[in-house]
Design a protein around this ligand. Structure first.
Ligand code: ZN
Length: 490
């Protein structure tokens, strides 16, 4: 037995040494970059600089594509990791549009199964040195594999997703490195055809980017805003097609669409974008320009400086452009808009009464007040979440505790024809907006200090606050089912 055991140990040791000799461990290092397509109100600038490919997976694979080792770049695109060198059979490096630590991946949805975008950036190399520095590796913009002459960059989508995650992690604790607890899947282009836009799939962490939109950062951030809304707020948007000009759509749809764009502009602001308050929709074609349309949230203007919605003026809670412009007025600051150094609203981005910045206040309202009971809130289930709830939340959460605060809020919203609409049905059963037993008492409390000119719409029927409001400075106009004013006073 003893002899057998010794022999066994002996042979095992020999085998171990042999394995070490043929599998030299190599450390590979370098710096990874991806190409960006900067834009402004006129579309792409035409300059396509390389930027650090941050928190991006780099893999060493053998000639057959088998994984030998992997690492992730840091915040400036540098990477270093070890792998067992296959020697004469060669090694190659590839970059994946994936952040393993942050649980984000960009998938090629033109391929069945949606594989993660991967690009060979170095190799094949036979017998690399033990300390193998490959220097700079770069991923350029990529042709849309479904055709049409469009170019995008899944690595740019990853970079923008990282910006969004960083900003999100400044609002809520997502751990370090930040994740939302499940994989965020971002897909581009659309499977099998050249048409179709970008969308977020409710209830998932999946974002589909349209063929034309892989370098349209503002569209990506809009869709990511829907994801944030779904995970951290409460959305009643029916989804589907929506339009910027017209104002006749479902206010719940308009609220969700507007908040997504508003979120996106604040992400761009957080990373110091030169002109964060714009939305740019490109054609995705190569070269400078390639603009489908753009608009500015400061004043709802288009690239020519004219009103984006010329026929129907932008305004009202059903108008998603009006809502996003009103929201942006809360958080934009002087200097955001290259065309107007002075800002055009009472909010300058600094702390205001209540002790928070307008951004932090709206985040509190959005995530803590605008919730149905199943999500920990008090908004009745039969009400779709709309701007009116946002309005109420500023009162309920204590940000309207003095005349100046109310005046700023009402004035800013009024600029976009947004007023607090209280809808109570004629039978006073309270089906439309709030239960009759609980018709937003805080709204009335807030309106006690509302400035003259603030408007409240009351549909006919008993309403707990009408007496209170009727004696105050609030001017009440509009009215019953036929549009007849029921109260006008001042
Ligand atoms: Zn949307």
């Amino acid at each position: 037995m003893m002899n057998l055991l010794r022999r066994s140990l002996c042979c095992t040791a020999t085998l171990f040494l042999a394995t070490l000799a043929s599998a030299q461990v190599t450390t590979v290092s370098g710096t990874a970059q991806c190409q960006d397509r900067p834009y402004n109100m006129n579309g792409f600038t035409g300059v396509q600089p390389f930027q650090a490919a941050r928190f991006c997976r780099v893999e060493a694979v053998d000639a057959g594509g088998n994984l030998l080792g992997w690492g992730e770049t840091d915040g400036v695109g540098q990477f270093a990791f070890t792998f067992p060198d296959p020697g004469n059979s060669g090694v190659r490096l590839r970059m994946l549009a994936q952040s393993t630590t942050r649980n984000i991946q960009i998938q090629d949805s033109s391929q069945a199964g949606n594989p993660i975008w991967a690009v060979q950036v170095f190799g094949p190399t036979v017998n690399p040195p033990n300390n193998w520095n490959v220097g700079l590796v770069q991923v350029a913009v990529i042709n849309d594999p479904s055709g049409g002459g469009r170019v995008g960059n899944p690595f740019n989508l990853l970079d923008e997703a990282l910006n969004a995650m960083t900003f999100l992690s400044q609002q809520v604790n997502l751990g370090n490195p930040p994740t939302i607890g499940q994989t965020i899947n971002i897909r581009w282009p659309r499977m099998g055809n050249n048409s179709g836009g970008s969308f977020y799939s409710p209830g998932t962490a999946n974002i589909q980017m349209g063929n034309v939109s892989a370098c349209d950062d503002t569209i990506f951030h809009h869709e990511f805003g829907h994801l944030v809304h779904n995970f951290f707020g409460d959305s009643d948007s029916p989804g589907g097609l929506h339009a910027l000009c017209g104002g006749g759509q479902n206010p719940a749809l308009s609220w969700a669409e507007a908040w997504g764009t508003f979120w996106g502009s604040n992400v761009m602001k957080s990373v110091g974008a030169a002109d964060p308050g714009i939305y740019v929709n490109s054609t995705g074609l190569a070269g400078a320009g390639a603009l489908a349309f753009s608009y500015r949230l400061e004043d709802a203007s288009n690239a020519a400086g004219a009103p984006l919605c010329a026929v129907v003026p932008t305004g009202g809670t059903a108008d998603e452009l009006a809502v996003q412009c009103a929201l942006w007025d809360l958080t934009d600051v002087p200097g955001d808009n290259p065309n107007n150094a002075a800002d055009d609203d009472p909010y300058d981005g600094t702390v205001f009464p209540g002790g928070l910045t307008p951004w932090a206040a709206q985040w509190d309202v959005f995530t803590n007040y605008m919730l149905h009971p199943a999500n920990g809130g008090t908004i009745p289930n039969n009400q779709n979440m709309v701007f009116d709830h946002f309005w109420d939340g500023w009162f309920v959460r204590g940000y309207m505790n003095n005349t100046t605060a109310v005046d700023r809020f009402v004035t800013t919203n009024a600029a976009w024809s947004i007023f607090r609409d209280i809808w109570v049905d004629a039978a006073a059963t309270g089906a439309a907006d709030g239960t009759f037993a609980n018709p937003y008492p805080s709204v009335g409390q807030g309106f006690i200090t509302a400035p003259s000119g603030a408007r409240l719409n009351i549909v006919s029927g008993a309403y707990a606050e009408s007496l209170l409001l009727g004696n105050k400075v609030v001017r009440l106009i509009h009215g019953g089912g036929a549009g007849t004013p029921v109260i006008t006073g001042g």
